[in-house]
Write a protein that binds this ligand. Structure first.
Ligand code: NI
Length: 226
């Protein structure tokens, strides 16, 4: 399931991000890639422990915690500290699948990557190319969103960033371990939750809504893993 979440960050936050990232020291993006990814990765990113990455990453995590669509579609258990990358003219990231398990930078614990996420930070009018292409059973989907918008997708899907041919594409990216590791189960729960929310807004039959809400929580109880 690919879910687009508009306006995770507001205009003031985006201005702050641009100002901070303009002063950052960018390094070769291959430092965080697995063996398979490193061969096709051509971009730059902020060192994970750089003060700017941590400061901006905390703002992103706070925004995620307040976002009902992120919570409902990802059912996050843990979120990897957000990272930041930039693609200058000619840079790209070829087809790859993200590593299944990552060591958390603080504390040495492990995180299973169930969901991958990209938060777009640059106005699409300012660069050409740089689309996030995600493959699923229905084909390839090219995604290029307004600054501040987030896309989440199954971490097990093949994806790439097409070459930037003008301007600079900056983005934030991270992974989440979900309470529900299976994408199809997560998609069903998200659908059910969206439907229940609509029925609540319409003040539909209360007993039926109670039944459906019960189904939601009992499915989540059945499928979730701590
Ligand atoms: Ni990737």
């Amino acid at each position: 399931m690919i879910v687009q979440i508009p306006k995770l960050l507001n205009a003031a936050q985006l201005t702050h991000f641009r100002d901070r990232l303009a002063t950052a020291d960018w390094t070769d993006g291959r430092v965080s890639a697995g063996h398979q990814g490193a061969a096709v990765k051509r971009n730059r990113q902020l060192p994970e422990e750089s003060p700017i990455a941590r400061e901006l990453g905390d703002i992103v995590v706070a925004a995620l915690e307040r976002n009902p669509t992120f919570i409902s579609s990802v059912l996050p258990n843990r979120v990897y500290p957000p990272m930041f990358n930039r693609y200058d003219d000619g840079m790209a990231f070829g087809l790859h699948i993200d590593n299944a398990v990552r060591m958390l930078p603080r504390g040495g614990d492990k995180l299973r990557t169930d969901v991958s996420a990209t938060l777009f930070l640059e106005d699409p009018a300012n660069y050409d190319g740089g689309e996030l292409q995600i493959e699923d059973s229905y084909g390839a989907h090219a995604i290029k969103l307004p600054a501040g918008d987030l896309v989440v997708y199954p971490a097990g899907s093949r994806h790439c960033v097409t070459p930037v041919t003008r301007g600079v594409r900056t983005a934030c990216f991270f992974w989440a371990q979900s309470l529900v590791r299976d994408d199809a189960q997560r998609a069903l729960l998200f659908d059910l939750d969206c439907a229940v929310q609509k029925l609540n807004q319409a003040q539909a039959d209360a007993a039926a809504r109670l039944q459906l809400t019960g189904c939601y929580h009992n499915l989540l109880r059945m499928w979730s893993q701590p």
